[in-house]
Write a protein that binds this ligand. Sequence first.
Ligand SMILES: [Zn+2]
Length: 190
Amino acid sequence: MFRSPKTEWDVSKDLSKRIIDPWTVAQQQQHLSGEIALSSLPRLLTQLEQPQGQVCIDWQFQIITHRAVIVGHIDVQLILQCQRCLQPLSWSTRLNTALCPLKPGQTEQNLPAGFESISLSAERILLSDLVEDEVLLAVPFAPFHEQCPAHDYAADNRVEDNDVSTMEAQHHPFQALAALKQHTNDKKPS
Ligand SMILES: [Zn+2]
């Protein structure tokens, strides 16, 4: 049986707890690709309808014009809550990354063209913090379905109600008759 050569994605790396020094990682030109569990993104979690899942990152760290930069993308698939019908709403996107992390005290001067700066509070950081910042910027503030399923749902309920009343109408006469008989028996003088 033919099998395609293994890629990095065959064994998805869990990067949820990875701590990095972006400048060292950039000097080493590291390529970080793998998954970060949604459960390790607490600020994002508060905006989610369902906490299960992960985001996938494919980030290349490198040095451009003496700056550490990150290029690549983040694949996101989240379950949000529709703000119109309050039902779950699946939202997915690919976010392109072109980031220039700034060390504490470093300024935005001479930023490489096309890169967005991000100020970091420490030299060693949780990779997930960096990813969470990027995802939070992209998540829609008040998401809603293009066409809410609520209307279909309400219509289905009405049909079901009708079915139930039809069934009741069919079965009720016998039950009513039985009850009436019982009632009559009770009332019979002994
Ligand atoms: Zn909706």
